[in-house]
Design a protein around this ligand. Structure first.
Ligand SMILES: Nc1ncnc2c1ncn2[C@@H]1O[C@H](COP(=O)(O)OP(=O)(O)O)[C@@H](O)[C@H]1O
Ligand SMILES: [Mg+2]
Length: 111
């Protein structure tokens, strides 16, 4: 069940990312609200992992902004993402083994 409030938890504005020969993300917008579960769906190669890696600090975007609680942040490393409370969890990882539930309450988990 998801719940949407007017408050923005995490927002992506105009994010673009190019790899040699491919524009993986072209001006992407996304908004996540507190307590909301958001599914990003798309065919293989649509850019889902690239966007999640940018939010997790694995990749840096070529353009665009990331806002956390309406404040612009720079996520330049996994360590920075972790400090901001963003965790990128590989889809094949076992969730219960990776993150203890009591630690999840204030985190943004991307899987
Ligand atoms: N490290 C990389 N180097 C070059 N091209 C990449 C790299 N990562 C992703 N791509 C390309 O970017 C596009 C988006 O990939 P990806 O984000 O993995 O899509 P999805 O997760 O939606 O399947 C694809 O064309 C993919 O081949
Ligand atoms: Mg993927």
């Amino acid at each position: 069940m998801t719940q949407e409030t007017h408050e923005s938890l995490l927002e992506v504005r105009n994010i673009s990312k190019r790899f040699p020969g491919v524009l993986a993300l072209d001006n992407v917008h996304m908004k996540l609200h507190p307590a909301q579960i958001l599914a990003v769906i798309g065919e293989n190669g649509a850019g889902k992992s690239t966007l999640m890696k940018i939010l997790g600090g694995v990749l840096t975007p070529d353009a665009g902004q990331i806002l956390l609680y309406n404040k612009q942040v720079t996520i330049d490393s996994v360590a920075t993402a972790t400090k901001l409370g963003i965790a990128l969890i590989h889809p094949r990882a076992t969730f219960s083994r990776t993150v203890r539930i009591h630690k999840v309450q204030k985190a943004i988990i991307i899987s």
